[in-house]
Design a protein around this ligand. Sequence first.
Ligand code: B12
Ligand code: SF4
Length: 529
Amino acid sequence: MNIYALSMDKNLVAIGFRRVVACAAQAGYDVRSIYFLDDARKASFAGSWWKQKTGDDFNVNYVRNDAALASLATTLAGADVLALSLMSVQRNIARKLCQEVKRLNPGVQIIIGGYHPTIFPDDAIAFADAICLGEGERTFVEFLDRVRQGRSLKGLANTWVREGGEIVRNPRVPIMTPAEMERMPVMEYGVAGQHLFSYAQGTLMPLSRQDLIRHVGTTYNTIWSVGCPYRCAFCSQSRFIELDRAYADYRGPSVAYLIAEIKAAQQQFPIDYVIFYDSNFLGRDLETLTEFSRRFRQEIGLKFVLSGTNPVSIVEEKIGVLIEGGLVRIKMGFESGNDDMLQRFKRPVSTRQLRRATEVLAKFGGKMVAPSFELIVDNPFETKEQLYETLDFLDETPGPFTINLFSLQFMPGTALSQEVTDYSLIEDHMEKEYMFSYKPTALNNLISVFAILKPPRAVVAFLKNRITGREDAASPLLKTVLYRLMLVRRAVNQAKFSDYSTFPYWVMLFYHRMRTFGRRITSSFGATR
Ligand code: B12
Ligand code: SF4
């Protein structure tokens, strides 16, 4: 069977995609993977912060190239199966592509998995033959088996399918237990059978080892546990828990599995940093984290970053244990510095608990990069007074720390988007990639100063005074300047801890070579003694 699998994420991280492709490969299917990138020549992950647009056009999908989509569709139309992994921000491009493929060859069986079909199935099924809701390891293989055998898709668990013009909502079976996850192959992480599609040029090319390094540098990006017990109003997690209660657990394989997965990648590629995207890596108990930390230090010996943690789980013992294992940097969602908004967001924390988390983290100031707290702004439910409270909260937060601002997004299927009657708002957000997409208002710009430094109280008071009554005045240039300064501050801070994981790939590679050289020298000295 001729199978194409397309990751629409516009980077080469694609953790869930790589997992389902690995399952299909293990089942004997020859899958050609394609990673859809805006422009394959430019940074898509490693060093991409430096290239981020911050001006007026910062938050829309960067490239539009209908001719390129048409040429990709011509290739894909030769397939028996086209599998897509999709987030909502890529939905418009994916829909165009699928429609064109179907026009050229109605016989191609299209299956879509990922967050978009899971959260917004009514939308996704309109341009696919089948959509997978939630995890797809077993579903993808069963789908391929059925297509190969020419069987109906009716009854294909955890999917919706279109048959004879009708939408069939197939029954659900429970998602995998940790024991079942343990038996899954580790994610596909090589270059054989993999391709890059460069949207800007419309070119499809085999993925080389150099390409992979150019795009991810010396990072290895993975996730240990899938799921989260909370139901924050702006997050799609509640939708997952509705699908299956087991999504409320931090569900994942054993420490041994995780270590074996990382080792396998380490044997193939130069890796210095492992980045974990768990919703809350620290949600695991101290005993498990201690085992992880010990084995990570002894058997992997790299630095690791926690891209997802929850302030509710910041416990001194846990942080201490992980730092011993190699933890170098930590990010977490604070979302707001005022209690009304935290409640409205249904966050599991109050500002008092946030404060406690910052106090714990401040104790490790000299041992890891300043933690990063993420905040939501441009929130139509929030008053200026409440936003000023967030500013005061930051002002009182013990340092060192940095912040990331994000505009509130009304993603489909979240509790918050159900409060919105204007559907175009949601549609609009399917066009946006919203990293640093906050509006360049005076108040946002003032808050963003805390990403660079903690100004003296008197300066904050002075600036507050200056912008009072003009909080919404736009200043994109100032935003860009502040953004650049923030990057410089972070670079300096990260370099102090040899954390180059957000730097351009060539910096990471240079550090890797130095590190390897240093290790060789040390071991040859050891051998001659
Ligand atoms: C890691 C991560 C990233 C990474 C890598 C993305 C990746 N795909 O690996 C990075 C940092 C690059 C990233 C970027 C973005 N992300 Co992100 N990210 C996540 C995060 C934290 C974990 C995703 C993950 O790996 N899950 C675990 C894997 C195993 O699950 P999975 O991906 O869902 O895959 C399973 C199923 O979906 C299914 N499946 C997936 N693909 C396929 C394909 C087929 C054919 C089948 C059958 C099944 C299937 O099977 C997989 C295995 O079980 C989630 C939040 C969270 N905690 O879940 C947000 C999340 C997915 N991201 C989100 C968003 C919005 C973004 C950005 C748009 C943000 C931005 N910068 O503007 C960008 C988009 C990038 C782009 N330009 O296109 C949203 C998506 C919401 C939505 N409705 O689409 C989430 C849910 C966060 C949130 N709550 O808002 N992200
Ligand atoms: S804690 Fe994080 S992953 Fe969990 S529901 Fe809230 S935002 Fe979503």
